[in-house]
Design a protein around this ligand. Structure first.
Ligand code: ADE
Length: 312
């Protein structure tokens, strides 16, 4: 999959792409990303990207014109119609140019089939319109389920908002959705874009060393999507059904006067699974009781939960 990031701070993404899993995913070509400097699409001496809000009020608003030009340079037309891709400017590729493929440049036979869940639209010549996302505090909430949705897309454009906001016409003309990473206001969409990219990339096959580990964390896939354990008991070592993850320990077995729970040391796999599931329920009840309402709980889970509630 490929990300295009439109931002006034292209340098922000350098360290993010040069470290950890993201660096490896980019180097191995599992993911492609390009950063587009919004100021490269201005035409005045001061490279102005913002202006005062109509109607008055605090702060500045990101102008529509540079963002529209940045998107059009990527071949992204307004939602109602399509135009041929133009040559892009102001692009910082974070992977070698020869590794960069445009969905639009793919022959129809090579193009990924549009999925029902894919909000990308066909441009009528066998190519997909990338999904255009505006990062904004006004957006729909970004969740693990939504990360899975984005990971299923082939080409995503992330527009990083700034100042008091982005001229709403960009949202109306080009964006498929607004996305918020939480109920707080950041000074810009760059951090949010980094969060979306990180959470999404790790779900792409091959990006994590252990293919399964993305599933076995807090907010992992629902139980139905994961095979049951060989012993016939529900798997309890993962974050299935929207529960938080269980606590993890590594050596030494004692630290700061605290011992690793005995059950984890004795090789009793069934006991370990049961303990981990109980811990998931405990932690979820304590920190995110709201998740329990929609969690996929077995009869055994319900019983455990009742015991935990009575103990508290
Ligand atoms: N820009 C400012 N606040 C944001 C948030 N919470 N999520 C995404 N983008 C933002």
């Amino acid at each position: 999959m490929r990300f295009e990031i439109v931002t006034i701070f292209p340098g922000f993404f350098t360290s993010i792409f040069e470290n950890g899993i993201l660096r490896r995913a980019l180097a191995e070509g599992l993911v492609e990303a390009a950063v587009h400097d919004l100021r490269a699409f201005t035409h005045d001496r001061h490279r102005t990207v913002d202006d005062r809000p109509f109607g008055g009020g605090e702060g500045m608003v990101l102008k529509a014109q540079p963002i529209a030009e940045a998107l059009e340079s990527l071949g992204i037309a307004q939602k109602a119609n399509t135009v041929a891709p133009a040559v892009s400017q102001g692009t910082t590729s974070v992977v070698p140019k020869d590794q960069l493929k445009e969905d639009r440049a793919l022959a129809p036979a090579e193009s990924p089939a549009p999925k029902e869940s894919d909000s990308s639209a066909s441009d009528g010549i066998g190519c997909l319109r990338p999904t255009v996302i505006l990062l904004s505090a006004q957006g729909r909430p970004f969740t693990q389920a939504f990360a899975r949705h984005i990971a299923s897309l082939s080409h995503v454009v992330l527009i990083c908002g700034r100042y008091e906001g982005v001229d709403e016409r960009i949202n109306e003309l080009y964006c498929d959705m607004e996305l918020s990473i939480g109920d707080y206001v950041l000074s810009g969409g760059e951090l949010a874009a980094a969060v979306v990219i990180d959470a999404t990339m790790r779900l792409i096959p091959g990006v994590l060393g252990n293919e399964a580990s993305g599933e076995f964390e807090s907010f992992g896939s629902a139980d139905a999507e994961i095979a049951t354990d060989v012993d016939g008991v529900p798997r309890s070592q993962h974050g299935a059904g929207g529960l938080l993850d269980y606590p993890h320990y590594t050596r030494p077995a004692e630290f700061g006067g605290l011992k690793v729970p005995e059950v984890l040391l004795n090789g009793d796999h069934l006991g370990i699974r049961r303990w981990r599931r109980e811990q998931q329920l405990k932690k979820t009840l304590k920190n995110r009781p709201d998740l329990l309402e929609n969690a996929a709980l077995s009869k055994e889970d319900e019983k455990l939960l009742e015991v935990i509630r009575q103990k508290n």
